[in-house]
Design a protein around this ligand. Sequence first.
Ligand SMILES: NC(=O)c1ccc[n+]([C@@H]2O[C@H](COP(=O)([O-])OP(=O)(O)OC[C@H]3O[C@@H](n4cnc5c(N)ncnc54)[C@H](O)[C@@H]3O)[C@@H](O)[C@H]2O)c1
Length: 264
Amino acid sequence: MELTGKVALITGGSNGIGAAAARRLASLGAHVVVADVDADQGKAVADEIGGVFVRCDVTVPSDSADAVSAAVREFGGLDIAFLNAGIGTGCTLGDDFDVEKYRRAMAINLDGVVYGIHYALPELLKRGGQAIATASMAGLMPTAGDPVYGANKAAVVALMRALAGAHPEVRMNALCPGFSDTNIIVRLRSTLEEIGMPIIPVSAVVDAFMSIVEGSGTGEAWFVQSGRPSEPFGFRNPPGPRAADGSRIAAAQKDPISIVLKEK
Ligand SMILES: NC(=O)c1ccc[n+]([C@@H]2O[C@H](COP(=O)([O-])OP(=O)(O)OC[C@H]3O[C@@H](n4cnc5c(N)ncnc54)[C@H](O)[C@@H]3O)[C@@H](O)[C@H]2O)c1
């Protein structure tokens, strides 16, 4: 795919999946804004690919706004917003529950995506662009080892599916990798190896990311798992209301909240 002239903003672009996506997009001709709290790595990635680094803490709304402004100022607009910054939370409930750890995990993994899309949306609308958020397999399945991570990643999946309906002019999708070869799994690596859990190369995660970029779908959550091609996860339709005689109700296809909000 030729991306010459396209502009991408990548949060968490200094390392791992974000940095690899930055390199791939730049190799296809895109201008990339690398937005991250890790300035040393971020500047190095930006310099390498002829992009721009912006120090951005995704938990701070004005930082997300500044990152979008940088894309417009430096490269004239925004076509791809990749909301990818994230952390493993290590936050347990019960005796060891730590409110600060919990709030920080939600702030980076969920608020960061909300703020990023909020500020990118006006620019994405101008150019018919797209937003992709990095969720996780943990957002598609129970994650007993890190329930708070599972919760904020499931929220990211739900957010992108809902935003796809709310903003049909901008493609909104989630990327859901399994265990991938980045800094986030450093503490897990030896256990993953011991139990025989394959670790996904970052290039495979970026392949899936590019399938989304190049595709046409919206409201999808693409899983990335070892040994199988990535594709949108097939959600089952949830049960809708039924009439007393058990027949379907036409209104179940409508979204009453949207109707009420439009009328106000
Ligand atoms: N590697 C995996 O196994 C895996 C699996 C599923 C999902 N993910 C998700 O992929 C995304 C990228 O992670 P990764 O695996 O490349 O890990 P990584 O640690 O290599 O990269 C994460 C990046 O996010 C940045 N970051 C952290 N807090 C930030 C903040 N407040 N503001 C801005 N940037 C911040 C870090 O500096 C880092 O550059 C994350 O959302 C992560 O949850 C990773």
